[in-house]
Design a protein around this ligand. Structure first.
Ligand SMILES: Cc1ncc(COP(=O)(O)O)c(C=O)c1O
Length: 455
């Protein structure tokens, strides 16, 4: 090609796309669907979908509002904002509806917030894939900070303070820190003390806190409260949540943000609304109507969320037991529908027998050889060679709503034939992988879990 034509080609918009990869959580879902279509028996453990049917009362509310076709206010309807304010107020966070902004999913709201803040963001390592990806999309730098042992979702306060000092000295101060309470990917919940210390660091270094509390209502121990940083640092904390997880309505795309009731919160609201007005105009009107109903927490939905949480706890713990039995270290799942095993104890065998030395290599082997779809810890910002993986067992609850409802109602869901069958298949795969007989005594499994939880 002549030089002139070559440079014209390089300038052409047809050859100068900005490459953006599909989010790993969505990509694994598609990879699993491809395997299934090809006739392979699969275990879908990759996608963070709640796997629970939509409650009929929510469907009823949505249907009642289907005729609402107008755009509506950018921040969301007054009814939804008042309802979300009530939801937070009942959780010890008194909220003025004027400081609530709704959007099409909390992911969109998080993106708008990062764009409005416009500086580097500290994120926990590991943390949900999207934080770092969104930071890169808005042209800022995600600064990954390890979490304290057993307390996923919150950067270690001391390490955050060090990072803030270093970043300032380098002329690129960290502007905000994101926390996930409870956490995806580890399924754990940081302690109140850690949250309090994080807030102190945020004040000392003038950081905004974004507290993603989308799993707040899915703590397995129903007596345990989630402590929001908004309690200790209300002037600088933004809280987000959505219908996606506790009510399993991810596809409805409806999230809400609670901004600080402070001069900073007022300015942030103005920027967020400006961004929202240019990106999504207003949240979808029928969904807002259903969400206003949901955030008012009528008893039938409260009971449904309770039952969902019990199901998540039962299956996540059964999966954790299977990994522990195969020799993995597994933090005991405390919330949501995630298990985060570390196959480090099997490293030698995995290298010698399977030629695998990274989590990505391990999950590729699991998918290609066994049809088991799991995401590697490296997708969540872990070092490549750490053999940690995020296992999301919620798609095992059933192939259809009949099975899923039976799982919700069952006193021992892990014993239902379709769930037990998947768990046994998991044991079969892990046994083959680990070269164990797959069934150490229950006590050994517990010991593996306990030691990991401590460290
Ligand atoms: C920690 C966390 N935050 C936010 C989301 C996305 O929420 P939404 O459906 O409200 O966009 C997810 C979904 O996987 C998540 O795990």
């Amino acid at each position: 090609m002549p030089a002139q034509t070559q440079s014209a080609a390089a300038r052409s918009p047809l050859t100068r796309l900005r490459p953006v990869a599909l989010s790993p959580t969505l990509a694994i879902n598609e990879a699993i669907a491809r395997k299934r279509r090809a006739g392979m028996r699969v275990l879908p453990l990759g996608f963070g979908e709640a796997g629970i049917p939509i409650h009929p009362a929510l469907t009823r509310e949505l249907a009642a509002a289907a005729g609402q076709g107008a755009y509506g206010p950018v921040a969301g309807s007054a009814a939804l904002r008042a309802s979300a304010a009530g939801y937070w107020s009942r959780r010890g966070l008194p909220t003025d509806p004027a400081f609530v902004v709704a959007g099409p999913g909390s992911k969109s709201l998080l993106f708008g917030l990062l764009m409005a803040l416009g500086g580097d963001i500290a994120v926990p390592a590991p943390s949900w894939v999207t934080y770092a990806a969104q930071a890169a999309l808005v042209g800022t730098e995600p600064v990954r900070i390890s979490t304290p042992p057993g307390e996923g979702g919150v950067p270690s306060p001391a390490l955050l303070a060090d990072a803030a000092v270093r970043a300032r000295a380098a002329g690129r101060p960290i502007r905000a820190v994101i926390v996930t309470l409870p956490d995806n990917p580890t399924g754990t919940l940081a302690s109140e003390d850690t949250v309090r210390r994080l807030c102190q660091v945020a004040r000392e270094h003038d950081l905004v806190i974004i507290s993603d509390e989308i799993y707040r209502d899915l703590v397995h121990d129903r007596t345990r409260q989630v402590t929001s940083p908004a309690r200790f640092a209300p002037e600088r904390t933004v809280v987000t949540t959505a219908l996606s997880k506790h009510l399993a309505a991810g596809g409805w795309r409806l999230g809400v943000a609670r901004l600080p009731d402070s001069p900073f919160g007022t300015a942030l609201r103005a920027s967020l609304l400006g961004i929202a007005s240019e990106l999504w105009s207003s949240p979808p009107a029928p969904m807002q109507h259903a969400a206003a109903y949901a955030f008012a927490e009528p008893p039938e939905l409260v009971e449904h969320v309770d039952r969902s949480s019990r199901l998540h706890a039962a299956v996540a713990n059964a999966v954790a037991d299977r990994f522990a039995a195969a020799g993995a270290n597994v933090p005991r799942p405390q919330a949501a529908f995630y298990v985060y095993p570390d196959l480090g104890p099997l490293r030698e065998r995995l290298r010698e027998v399977h030629g695998v030395g990274t989590a990505a290599g391990l999950t590729e082997l699991l998918l290609e050889r066994y049809g088991v779809g799991i995401l590697p810890g490296s997708s969540f910002g872990e070092p490549a060679e750490a053999l940690r993986m995020r296992v999301a067992p919620s798609l095992l609850y059933g192939e259809n709503d009949e099975q899923r409802l039976a799982a919700l109602a069952a006193p021992d869901p892990a014993a239902l034939p379709w769930i037990a069958g998947s768990l046994d298949r998991l044991t079969e795969v892990l046994t083959d992988l680990a070269g164990t007989d797959g069934a150490p005594a229950a006590g050994a499994a517990r010991a593996g879990l306990a030691s990991a939880a401590a460290g």
